[in-house]
Ligand binder design. Sequence first.
Ligand SMILES: [Zn+2]
Length: 385
Amino acid sequence: MRSIADPRSQPLFASGSCSLTGFAALVLVLLSACATSDDQGAGRSDDAPPAVSAAAADQTVGHVLEEIAPGVYFADAAGTGEILLASNAMVVVNRDDVLVVDSHITADAADSLIRAVRTITDKPIRYLVNSHFHFDHAHGNQSFSGLASDVQIVGHEYTRERMLTDVLAEPTYQTIGAPAAQEGIAMQLERQIDALDAEADAETRSSLQAQLVMLRRHIEALAEVVPTPPNLTLLDKLTLHRGDREIQLLHLGRGHTGGDVVVYLPAEKIAFTGDLFYAGAPYLGDGFADEFVDTLGRLAELDVDVFVPGHGPLVRDKAQIAFNQEYLRKYWRQVSDSHAAGRSVEEAIAELDLSGYEEFAAFQTNMPAVLELEVRRMYELLELR
Ligand SMILES: [Zn+2]
């Protein structure tokens, strides 16, 4: 088993298990966390029930649901490779109803999640929780608001505020998630396929073609996105009691965004952490890098056996939190020093040394546009001081 204390260890965003390379791989990995195929089931205990393959029950469903506690299912972003899901979700089946955490990246992906839920229960979906406002976690909301079961969409007040602004125009979406950005990846995929010589193995060719089909479907779905904000908001904490299940929605402080919500099941010792915590470097372009370490400290205080992250495989080792904190401290310290020295953002990026974190922070270190969004954001925070 790899050591998470070693920054060279295989991180969430390693692209080794994906057939794509370079830029296309990185963005698709971010969006679909395909690296999880390395780790799929790694966190599953021997006596855990087998995963429910929704696809087996319905060929149009792009989900595999893994029951990690009675009635609690992990919906892996890897899906079945037909629909770009982009982020993990969680499904909690209660005595009388169902709560879903995060809605994926499009209505198409969310519809698929809803169909997957229907393969495990006919109880009504009453709650959808948004871990934060980012497109890859909340742009499927419209599918839930359209259900007859009068779904409450729950999120932090900050999440609602951000989603009431023009989130389709904001820099993170424009740089990473918007149709133009995805079209660029599709074109790169097409070039990769065209460049394959006749002897290229059939598996590589069909894998790339399948990814292209998925991406083309995704780009079409992006045109249909109608940002749909939460209609029930919280600031610090909201507790739902559904039958005998307690579900705590906790804002532990600012970090990945200003409104990260952790969904905590105290009896099951499970926490869905969104992008506040996963086994890879968090995106900081909308973040509060200066407060992030303390927020993770509060996460570490919860009594949790299984963290369900927004991307990548389940995390069972709390030592991963300390590792993420160390990375954030190092990154923030360097950018702060550059700011104090009067360097420009461009100079700060040139000075930045994330060596040892190349794999852990592959999304950042391989994508200059992402790095620039992050450092620019940190400069904004520093200038507010
Ligand atoms: Zn995010």
